[in-house]
Design a protein around this ligand. Structure first.
Ligand code: PLP
Length: 471
């Protein structure tokens, strides 16, 4: 293989800062004592992690607190309800014990809808009649795989919908698979699956040698129906050194080449929230090196108030991605979990932001789809707002669905300027219910409640029932 040294990039070692570093971070010295106390209170409830790249390259400290990357990574007082924030600050101010603080944090988290849409029971697949932990199989073609060692990230997004797994809300939400063999066995039994999507956390938090233990068995298995391996990651934004100067960066690129040589497509599903993340030269070098292996970088992110709720931000970001040869893929709607009230954008506004951004970029950037909600029936995209007779409606469509037959059928919901999530939408007047509703009910009826599902047998030595926290 050609050696691609990141010759112009200075090596950096990943140093991580969390809740207990808030008082010692020099960048935070500009905050008042009270502001830091509020930050610590929020960080006791919601996950917080940054690193030097985020601190030094991505945040404009002169623009704090409005800086989008600061909002993206640092806990803000408004992320908790006023009463919860006050209670936490009082506890901490009074020198409460770690157990007391943990106890209060657990209570608050339980009220933040940690398992959106109650999907815990619905997506865990079965093999030989038993649940397979560390995997989700919701859409026919694609299996999600959660490698055990890839369940945290290089930094945390304050809006993360998988936040419960980072705060130890419940050990059982940290679903992870230890066994690549299980994955291969499952795929052999499911020829309809063409895609495996490694996700987390961030699978690229794993050393390359560990990632190899998952990917090489997929290569060696030579499954004729497996078309693509995808890696869901925010490393190109939060830790681009992973692909450039980390000691095992070259080996990671070699692994991508091996997947390609085996006749499969490899895609990095890169999470970029803001064009700023693509500005540091090391981030561009990372994208260049990834692409030099034949891997494709596809970009996706949710639309988040305080971070990227502006069509110019998206248009700039998509253009920057195209410039680097990356492919704009999805704009998501912020999920109904965690600090949603701080981050959510009404669906009507989301559709408008999407439209304004979409119409201002060239066709090469219009590979993007959205705004899309990962809801119980499927990925529901808002195609826009229209008038039917005298009624204003949202025009919706599923891009993915529990039943593939639901995909691509336009349907309407009554326009509601305040709705922020799919479950707040109602069929357009005259409609009898969404076309898939009866079938969806039949699918979800009879599922065991979560506490029973927990007791089901784990297989192949996977740890006690680890369930999916996502829809
Ligand atoms: C988004 C998603 C996928 C991948 O969908 P694509 O449209 O193929 O990118 C797979 N599984 C789940 C559960 C998802 O939410």
């Amino acid at each position: 293989m050609e050696v691609r040294l990141g010759a112009t990039t200075q090596r950096k070692k990943l140093r991580i800062y969390e809740r207990h570093d808030i008082d010692s971070l020099r960048q935070l010295a500009r905050l008042s004592e009270g502001e830091r106390a509020a930050m610590k209170a929020v960080a006791a409830v919601l996950p917080f992690r940054v690193n030097d790249h985020v601190l030094e390259e991505l945040i404009d400290w002169d623009a704090v607190p409005d800086d989008p990357i600061y909002q993206l990574t640092f806990p803000q007082a408004g992320m908790l309800a006023r009463a919860d924030l006050q209670r936490m600050m009082e506890l901490m101010g009074a020198g409460a014990s770690a157990e007391q603080i943990q106890g209060a944090a657990r209570e608050i988290r339980a009220r933040l809808n940690p398992h959106p849409a109650g999907q815990v029971e619905l997506n865990v697949p079965r093999l030989d009649g038993r649940p397979v932990m560390g995997m989700q199989h919701k859409y026919r073609e694609t299996v999600l795989f959660f490698p055990a060692q890839g369940q945290t990230c290089h930094a945390y997004c304050t809006y993360c919908f998988r936040w419960p797994q980072f705060v130890g809300l419940d050990d059982e939400t940290k679903f992870a698979s230890r066994e690549a063999d299980v994955l291969v066995a499952y795929l052999r039994a499911h020829p309809e699956v063409t895609n495996v999507l490694f996700t987390g956390g961030d699978p690229l938090l794993m050393r390359t040698a560990v990632l190899r233990r998952y990917i090489e068995p997929l290569i060696k298995a030579r499954l004729p129906h497996l078309v693509s391996i995808r890696l869901g990651t925010k490393a190109p934004a939060y830790w681009p050194y992973r692909f450039v100067t980390d000691p095992d960066a070259d080996d990671l690129l070699r692994l991508f080449e091996e997947v390609r040589a085996a006749g499969m497509h490899i895609a990095l599903m890169a999470h970029f929230s803001h064009p700023r993340e693509l500005e540091p030269p090391v981030a561009r070098e990372a994208v260049r090196r990834i692409r030099s292996t034949g891997a494709v970088v596809r970009c996706q992110a949710p639309l988040i108030r305080h971070v990227n709720d502006d069509p110019r931000v998206w248009a700039t970001m998509w253009a920057a991605q195209v410039r680097l040869g990356a492919v704009p893929y999805y704009m998501f709607v912020e999920r109904d979990t965690g600090a949603r009230e701080y981050f959510e954008v009404p669906l009507a506004r989301a559709a408008e932001i999407f439209r304004l951004a979409y119409r201002s970029v060239s066709g090469l950037a219009r590979t993007v789809r959205g705004p899309s909600m990962s809801a119980t029936p499927g990925k529901v995209v808002i195609n826009g707002v229209a008038r039917v007779g005298s009624e204003q409606v949202f025009v919706l469509q599923m891009l993915q669905a529990r039943n593939p037959e639901w995909v691509g059928r336009p349907f309407f919901a009554a326009y509601d300027p305040r709705a922020t999530w799919f479950d707040q939408l109602r069929p357009a007047p005259g409609g009898e219910g969404f076309f898939f509703e009866r079938e969806l009910q039949a699918m979800t009826r009879g599922r065991r409640p979560r506490d029973q599902a927990r007791r089901s047998l784990p297989i192949y030595g996977a740890s006690a029932a680890t369930h999916a926290a996502v829809s």
